[in-house]
Design a protein around this ligand. Sequence first.
Ligand SMILES: Cc1cc2nc3c(=O)[nH]c(=O)nc-3n(C[C@H](O)[C@H](O)[C@H](O)COP(=O)(O)OP(=O)(O)OC[C@H]3O[C@@H](n4cnc5c(N)ncnc54)[C@H](O)[C@@H]3O)c2cc1C
Length: 1155
Amino acid sequence: MATLDSLKHALRQKAKATASSPMQLLSDTQYSAGFDILMQGPGWMTYQDFIIPQLSQLLAPLFNSRIHISALEIGPGPKSVLGYLPSRLRQKVRRYTAFEPNGLFAKRLEEWLCSTSETESPLPCLKTPPGIHGIPFALQDSIGRGSSTGTSNNDEKYDIILFCHSMYGMKPKNRFIERALDMLVERPQGGMVVVFHHDGALHFDGLVCNRTASFPTGVVRVANDDEVLDCFARFVAGFIMQDADVDKAIRLDWRNVCRTLGRREETYPDHLLFSLPNIMAAFTQHATTLPELAAQVPLVKGDKTVKNWEACLHRPASIIRPTEVRHVQQCVQWALKHGVGLTVVGGGHSGHCLWPNVVSVDMGAFNQVHILRAGEDGGDSGSDPGCLVVAEAGCKTEDIVRKAMAAGVTVPLGARPSVGAGLWLQGGIGHLARLHGLTCDAIVGAVVVSVDPTCGKILCIGHVPSQQQPAGAVHPENGLDLLWAMKGAGTNFGIVVSVTFKAFAAPTYLTRNWVVPLIDNLDARLRLSEFDKLIARKLHWNCSADAYLYWDAGQLHLGVTMFESSTTGLTFATPTPVDATPGLEDDPKVVDSVSLFETEMYVSRMHGGHGGGKTSSFKRCLFLKHIGEANVADHLIAAVETRPSPLCYLHLLQGGGAVGNVAADAAAFGCRDWDFACVITGVWPRDQDGTEVARSAVQWVYSVAGDLLSLSSGAYGADLGPDPRDAALAAKAFGPNGPRLARLKQTLDPHSVLAYACPLPKTLMERKLIILVTGESCAGKDFCANVWVSMLKNLTARAVSISDMTKREYAAATGADLSLLLSNRAYKEQHRPALTTFFQEQVRQRPRLPEEHFLNVVYSAVDVDVLLITGMRDKAPVAAFSHLVPDRLLEVHVQASEQTRWTRRGFHGGNSDGDDNKDSNNSRSNLTALDCRPNLIFNNDTTGNEAAKRFAERYLLPFFHEDLQRLANMVRPIPDFPRPGIEFRHVLGISQQPGGLALCTSLLQTHFTGDWAKVDALACCEAGGLVYASALASLVNLPLVLIREAGKLPPPTLSVIKPPSHISSLASNDSKEKRIEMERDVVPRGASVVVVDDVLSTGKTLCAVLQLLDEAGVGAEDVSVMAVAEFPVHRGRELLRQRGFGRINIQSLLVFGGA
Ligand SMILES: Cc1cc2nc3c(=O)[nH]c(=O)nc-3n(C[C@H](O)[C@H](O)[C@H](O)COP(=O)(O)OP(=O)(O)OC[C@H]3O[C@@H](n4cnc5c(N)ncnc54)[C@H](O)[C@@H]3O)c2cc1C
């Protein structure tokens, strides 16, 4: 799709080529008519999906930190952009000025802002009338310190200055920004100049951005109608012809240009579409501080060319080339001081190593490889790690392989020689991966310059040979966390100076290539299946088979390369495609690790060979299983069929073997369970970089990746960057490790110095509550969820169905109609059995799928206070998932009688809610048979929503009562207790605070969901439980059952073994199991007992207590548990479930951070 910018150039070109008449600027009316077209339909989406959310996010901290805000908008058009911010932000704006040279717009703007009705006024709290100047914002003189802004008061200063709709006509742009920076309020600092601009790039020579964001998918839709096109074309071109006849003629030409470049889509056959990318650049007073850095560290002279074409199009603020670690530290210190980000250049293969208006740190000068044979390490670890390879961060794959090979060793790296540190820090898939694992798996240590507020410390992480440890380096306490993160997400936590790898003996390789022309799609499916089942799956770990699916000479081809590696002797005995397929085989080659680079089929053979830099490419990579199965194979074949240029292809690199031998959470690289890495590769001739051809290839890659995502078992993070189209892939890049990485990013890079690396999941907001609404089919789960959302008035609440994800994946795999599945009950009913089978099969193949689905739903709703999730299929969801999130997780089970459900089903002609559980094994139709009890049960037998509302008032709203927050505030966090690295929450300390015990006891009393009148006794185990239980016992007037260490109570007693509590096992290494006892006859058999404890963490103490009560004749069905605080991360509920106590009602007043 042509961009609006390319349309503008084409229109102007046409006018220049065909008309000699002078040009005339548009009248206000003409401009306004064109602008209105731009803002219609999807044009408005740019505001809705990009400008407004970005601006709200960017400005919220600034607005929150000031009592009043003064704002200047430059070229807002007929409506203030700030007027679309959330009301709590808009209400802060007390002074508003605008420069809007279009008289019509200025008038409309004034009317809008001065609207008399309070609800209509977008800036309702202005202290003075808006100052709207009907002139352009201008520089006065060539020095740039001018002030001819047209205002009577040139000293006016603003907290926020917004260039609303592009900076067209403002040259040089950096001077306009500098002028605006001068107009920011000086004290307090923190004011911002923000630019939104149509088009993909905007350069402000020498100025450094505080934050940037892009919206590459913006689109404008124009009616394919002569009059509309005339109006639109002159708006885009920016002029009309003075001579009326010439203008008439040019209009005809311009309509043709629009129709040639505009894309037509089936859904809007009468419209033309143009791409309208948009960017945001935000500056603070620190934007001009580059000279300060340049005075300390060496800069790259002239233009730096990196490998990646996209990065080459970006113009960074500057490129620093440190030659000493000290320089890297200075870069970090400068970035932290001025609140700006940095990018880092390794091998230069990613599109984001250079980023517009951001300073880039080129590590090219750190280009040494050191080989340390066993015993030469000089390290202080005590054990000899064998031969090590230390690669500095500017090394390329070939540098390492070549130097290591000379020493008879190797590191399992990637297939291309020029790729750099981004590969080993984020994964590293190569021909030795099946034998030795990914490159990141071979990392044993690293030297990193930290980007946390300690200002660029040099950290030695893991095992770094002593001779490679820079002077002043420290071994951080969180070294294990950092080493874990380096292995897969290592570009996000510091600037890496060097990496230490364990080395392996250098092998010799045998490579063989086959190319199989495919007759048709059926043949293609068959060959892929044969390749997968008969060849790839049979290979030993020292062999791998890569496949290429590509079109050449008008025909689809399957290319296969087989690699065999050996340090002793090659066998030549691997299965070959020849056994299965009539293919053309190349000469087999026996090569060493360096010559191996030249054997790549892509370089040497496909499309006549891609070597020599004739082409550019764009790649995204997903991990797939079962590529030979029809649903996957068909997607792959269809993907290549839709390629926008002949050179695009799919590359399937074999995984398995040692890659999958590492547990998903053992390193940050969490995607381990896959057979092939599918690299979707968009290719075009290099001289077409930045053109429509390149854009279509990029779009193809994203659209294929989007289609394959639901079939995939993860995405490769190594190529992903700040492009918003990468977000969906990045969400699948780290398997189950997202929450841990999010937390690490927050502590290790809290100011987002490395803001442009592979995006990590965001830490979840301190959300208050996630409610899992479960229940039988037609019990009314969705109905209830919606009623409860409406009850949570002062909070942001949302109800979502987790089963939509399965429906999406099912639709992608089977071709079922997704929109019907989501919205049409009859259609869904028809597919229900198949959907259930599909889900069960998925879970069989990917046992962690329910966890993935849960996290996806949670992460896609980080903006809400309360998230209600329906459609859950899991038996014990709170026990299974609460440790994954920092929120309180609650299961509310909705039940209704058979009769009611039957009536509802009949009445609605199907299920009354979005339930997909009917046929699943996990249908929780018989509550008494459940091995895990929901936190709350709602009986939804009555019609109307009154009962659901009352339930919310009684049981849900109390979670938001301020008393609970007061109680939480009394729990003091104590860092590094009882051991360094542990943050202790002093729950018992509540009782030491004035009013603490009374508050806690009263909350225990009111939050109990049972009936105190039916309770016979409270039980508690010393010491923590005793404090709260005694106070509560006195309040509810019940006797206590004391449980103490053996030997402290008079006989006869009952006793069981109690393992040490979580905290005492941390405090001392020799904590042993102890016996606990209770008096035998203190409670009658069958009595109803509430166990009270201060903390529920691992659940071991509680298990022992429950066991003891059981021995006393008080069974699980007669027990409830009230805990003051729960720590889900220790999975206490899961242990209780496993020990048969899942049916016990457990309530906790407070919940402290699971993930
Ligand atoms: C032609 C080609 C072939 C490829 N082949 C393979 C392959 O065989 N196997 C494979 O696994 N992948 C392969 N890839 C993907 C490759 O691993 C990623 O593109 C990788 O990010 C490139 O790293 P780089 O250092 O070359 O690029 P860069 O763009 O320099 O860096 C990539 C990312 O790493 C960050 N980074 C670089 N150095 C540092 C540092 N010292 N400290 C902190 N962050 C740093 C950068 O800021 C950037 O975010 C290939 C890519 C291309 C384009």
